[in-house]
Design a protein around this ligand. Structure first.
Ligand code: SF4
Length: 473
């Protein structure tokens, strides 16, 4: 799952509706006088998990701080998708060591995919770490903290086939009060050879559809106007209602959430080219409040490399899915993920990725050099034989091409009018507001009488390679 949500979680911006909850209502007996500080790295799924962690801690009497030097508990929710993601965490842990020296009682915990990948080994490698918790074990955090407060090192990296945290009400962190994530499933059954996710997040399990619809309804009542349905591969969402045997597919789930309220926009991430059905596309076309935007990772434009990656589709299959999207939803925004320099990738095979980009002309793309990950099938079966300078040259080539395509696609939007959901004040000017159109593009325009959370028609007057600039009409 691409898209980075890295860094300090601004617990002060925590959703007011939950801020004082555990402390005020149950303060006398529940507040334990302990403060936690948390940082979250990696993808939207990790960010959404941090919201579950905050909820578990608040319900167990913890309060929050934005300064790790004032914290009794320091948590870092980690990513393991590439080597540099883990290096970043190790460097950050060193910065906490000073606090530990000043306040020996401070508990330091590592959560998420790096914790799951390394397990107990992390305690040997990083001596100042007290707790190691995998993505399926956040309910056990209070017990693990107690163990650590007793002077033990505490680890729980058990992966689950059931856990979806469906009954835990996430604390909305650092958000704008308008857009929110809803995790609809956990884990992944696809075994792409380059990917650690199946090992760090376990087998796929879909969350009870009714709890997802209920969360969307609650968010709408709290003033949110957009939800993003999250899963490693949303297209394989499948929930069976035990009572009625009714099966809820991803298309059906989207329809159920779209019917919560026509003023609640729906987005989703991440789709998989081999599983994305026409039913999903027709459902998107049927509901105005399901955004016309799809993130469809291609990874490579060459079928031999796709087979080595075990992606489950060919170049031709992927192009047909793109054609189908454009047939059923002509104005659909499309973005992707690309890995360049995968094992044995020949120059002409790289050029097929370049050709694919020219064929699709993506609005946006996350592009990376292949980073070999321990214990993946690719590490076991293939040699990471593409020289670093060739990987870098190929990456630069596609980054430059994508910049061109991004600007081109934005240029095509000049003169068009889009329905925009206002998310806040532009960073550049207090007099400007920003929001996104259906296609997930950021648009800035003069504030006039509009406010955050409003829908407004904006006519695009100009653009940069990354932003559309317009005027409300
Ligand atoms: S679909 Fe492939 S790349 Fe995506 S999370 Fe699953 S295994 Fe990883």
């Amino acid at each position: 799952m691409s898209g980075q949500f890295s860094g300090v979680i601004d617990l002060k911006k925590m959703d007011e509706s939950r801020q004082g909850e555990a402390l005020v209502k149950d303060a006398p007996d529940k507040a334990n006088g302990k403060k936690f500080y948390m940082e979250s790295y990696g993808c939207a799924m990790n960010f959404s998990d941090s919201e579950i962690v905050a909820s578990v801690l608040l319900d167990n009497g913890f309060s929050t701080t934005n300064e790790f030097i004032n914290a009794d508990l320091i948590l870092i929710n980690t990513c393991s998708i590439r080597e540099n993601a883990e290096q970043r965490v190790r460097a950050r842990l060193q910065q906490f060591s000073a606090t530990k020296k000043q306040r020996p009682g401070t508990i330091i915990g590592v959560l998420g995919c790096m914790a799951e990948r390394l397990k107990k080994k992390l305690l040997d490698e990083e001596k100042l770490v007290d707790i190691v918790v995998g993505p399926d074990a956040y309910r056990t955090l209070p017990d693990l903290i107690q163990e650590a407060q007793g002077g033990q090192k505490a680890v729980n990296v058990l992966l689950s086939r059931e856990e979806t945290y469906a009954d835990i009400n996430p604390v909305r962190l650092g958000g704008n009060g308008i857009t929110a994530f809803i995790s609809i499933m956990r884990g992944c059954d696809n075994m792409c050879t380059f990917c650690v996710v199946p090992f760090t997040r376990g087998r796929e399990r879909s969350r009870d559809a009714r709890s997802i619809v209920e969360e969307a309804r609650m968010l709408f009542e709290q003033g949110y106007r957009e939800v993003t349905l999250l899963g490693q591969n949303v297209d394989s969402y499948k929930w069976v209602h035990e009572g009625t045997e009714e099966t809820v597919t991803f298309a059906k789930l989207m329809e159920m959430v779209a019917q919560v309220n026509t003023d609640l926009r729906i987005r989703f991430s991440t789709s998989h080219p081999k599983d994305m059905t026409d039913e999903v596309l027709h459902t998107m076309a049927k509901y105005e409040n399901i955004c016309n935007y799809i993130h469809l990772p291609v990874q490579s434009g060459n079928s031999r490399i796709l087979e080595m990656m075990n992606r489950g589709y060919t170049r031709e299959w992927y192009m047909k899915r793109i054609d189908r999207i454009r047939e059923i939803i002509p104005d659909c925004g499309i973005s992707t993920d690309i890995i360049t320099g995968f094992c044995s990738e020949a120059e002409e095979e790289h050029q097929e990725t370049v050709d694919m980009m020219k064929y699709v002309q993506y609005d946006f793309a996350y592009m990376f050099k292949y980073s070999e990950r321990p214990n993946t099938a690719a590490e076991r079966k293939y040699e990471d034989d593409i020289p670093e300078e060739v990987k870098s040259r190929r990456l630069q080539e596609i980054v430059d091409l994508q910049r061109e395509h991004g600007a081109l696609q934005n240029q095509k939007d000049v003169g068009k009018t889009f329905k925009v959901l206002i998310e806040g004040v532009s960073k550049k000017s207090e007099d400007q507001l920003y929001g996104r159109n259906d296609q997930n593009k950021v648009i800035v325009f003069p504030k006039e009488k509009y406010n955050k959370g409003d829908y407004v028609q904006v006519k695009v007057e100009s653009c940069t390679s990354g932003t559309l600039i317009g005027k409300a009409i």
